[in-house]
Design a protein around this ligand. Structure first.
Ligand SMILES: Nc1c(C(=O)O)ncn1[C@@H]1O[C@H](COP(=O)(O)O)[C@@H](O)[C@H]1O
Length: 162
């Protein structure tokens, strides 16, 4: 059964959002990827959000750029947790995406992550961490991931100054 939905406003968001898919795949979490746009396919957006709980989704990772209403509108139509990823935009570098995702009115939360690749990967790690609260095997994988990351940083060297 699909546990996490990854949705994005356009296939042009894939370069960023694939970072979420990569993490979920590496952790063995079942996910789906879909293009859903609040502006261009509003009926599909409502349908996706309304069916999310019954389909067993535990989180929806939603990425969009510019006037990024997708995460907020999904959150308006479901109480499945929505993790918002601001996708970098052409003219405002994703600051527009960030502000339009993060500034939700009280009562309809969207957990908002960093602009771009780091945000997409961290949204997926957050979804894994939520699942890991009841799944010891995922908790073990998260610990191993952190350990490996620590080793990578400890092995870093810096160039000598001439
Ligand atoms: N922000 C939204 C929404 C939405 O919020 O529903 N739908 C598409 N978009 C965004 O428009 C940008 C340009 O899309 P195109 O590349 O298709 O023109 C994308 O970053 C997409 O997420």
């Amino acid at each position: 059964m699909i546990e996490v939905g990854i949705v994005m406003g356009s296939n042009s968001d894939w370069e960023v959002m694939q970072n979420a898919a990569r993490v979920l795949k590496d952790f063995g979490v079942a996910f789906e990827t879909r293009v859903v746009s609040a502006h261009r396919t509003p009926d599909l957006l409502f349908q996706y959000a309304e069916e999310a709980e019954a389909r067993g989704l535990t989180a929806i990772i939603a990425g969009a750029g510019g006037a990024a209403h997708l995460p907020g509108m999904l959150a308006a139509k479901t109480h499945v947790p929505v993790l918002g990823v601001p996708v970098p935009s052409k003219y405002l570098r994703g600051e527009d995406s960030l502000l339009s995702i993060v500034q939700m009115p009280k009562g309809i939360p969207v957990a908002t992550f960093a602009i771009g690749e780091a945000g997409a990967a961290n949204a997926a790690l957050f979804a894994v961490a939520q699942l890991a609260t009841t799944r010891p095997e995922l908790a073990d994988k998260l610990k191993a991931f952190r350990k490996q990351q620590e080793q990578t940083v400890l092995a870093m060297s810096l160039p000598e100054v001439d």
